[in-house]
Design a protein around this ligand. Structure first.
Ligand code: BDR
Ligand code: CA
Length: 308
């Protein structure tokens, strides 16, 4: 068997972040070095609490470190309409997790793990990119130890403004640091994640599995589907964040293009836009492996197999 791939999951759970953690924990190809949390869907107190609760629920024994409370420059914005006040509304979980976070800031944890690691580590951010940008700025030597940054964010259209996706919009200055860091970036934006949308048949299949974890994921998806209907009038919910981990397990699920992506940090109407140069009109050096296609059968097959 090939060596496990070391990852740090940097997240703001979040329904789809939680599913991403579960998928990673289920894989014998992935070694989770730690989970770091960031303010995003809700404040960092809550995203940390949610990460700890998910770890408790699935019995995942990895360090959880709390990270940035606010973006580098902008004031905070949250998404309670999508994820509820707790950030993980829907399933019933004990109010107080048994697991404790570690006594180290996420940024220092990321730096230390990378510098101390024998091999490279892949960073998997599924929230705003604040922690990753802070880590790169504080200790540029980590750049050479990061195998790849596999992130959910951006797209050629928006879901928070007409042109900007939530994770990038919340901290566009941080995204700008990450996309220009020189680290290979693989981007799962809305172009692809809006093709990973639940259907009634998928929900039915998940609920028929009948394990505690499948029931938990079913409850997450039920809530998420409800809010996507209310907010966007979608018939299902996109499992955005889980695309990142699905890629780490089976790259062949997705189709990619290598493109230039620049981050808009100044525009009056376009702040937080990922300017994806799909037709190579800028002549600027490509910096992103951009996912644009998905094999839905393989994607759902992977998730359902993990839940079984
Ligand atoms: C992203 O925003 C959050 O609501 C989700 O968890 C995902 O990371 C989608 O725009
Ligand atoms: Ca997220």
């Amino acid at each position: 068997m090939r060596e496990k791939r070391k990852v740090i999951l940097d997240c703001d759970p979040g329904h789809d972040d939680a599913i991403s953690i579960i998928l990673a924990a289920s894989s014998d190809q992935i070694q989770i070095e730690g989970i770091t949390t960031v303010a995003g869907n809700v404040d960092v107190e809550k995203t940390t609490l949610n990460a700890l609760k998910v770890c408790d629920f699935i019995g995942l024994d990895v360090p959880v470190a709390r990270g940035a409370e606010q973006p580098l420059v902008k004031t905070r914005e949250f998404a309670p309409d999508i994820h509820g006040d707790s950030g993980l509304d829907g399933p019933e979980l004990p109010e107080v997790p048994k697991k404790m976070m570690i006594d180290q800031h996420a940024v220092d944890f990321i730096i230390e793990r990378l510098l101390d690691s024998d091999g490279e580590i892949t960073l998997v951010p599924t929230g705003p990119l604040t922690n990753i940008a802070l880590a790169i700025e504080k200790e540029p030597a980590i750049v050479g130890k990061i195998r790849e940054i596999v992130l959910m964010g951006g797209g050629t259209f928006g879901n928070w403004t007409p042109t900007a996706e939530f994770n990038i919009y919340v901290d566009a200055e941080a995204a700008n640091v990450v996309f220009n860091s020189g680290v290979p970036v693989t981007m799962f934006g809305l172009d692809v994640t809006h093709q990973a949308i639940t259907t009634p048949a998928i929900l039915q299949e998940i609920s028929s599995i009948g394990t505690n974890v499948s029931k938990f994921v079913g409850d997450l998806l039920e809530f998420f589907t409800k809010t996507y209907k209310e907010v966007f009038d979608f018939e299902g919910a996109p499992i955005h964040d889980a695309c990142t981990v699905a890629y780490l397990i089976d790259e062949s699920i997705f189709e990619f293009e290598t493109v230039r992506v620049d981050i808009e940090t100044k525009g009056e109407f376009t702040y937080g836009t990922t300017c994806v140069d799909r037709l190579h009109v800028t002549g600027r050096k490509p910096n992103v492996k951009f996912a644009h296609g998905i094999n839905q059968e393989k994607f759902w097959g992977l998730l359902i197999k993990a839940l079984k």
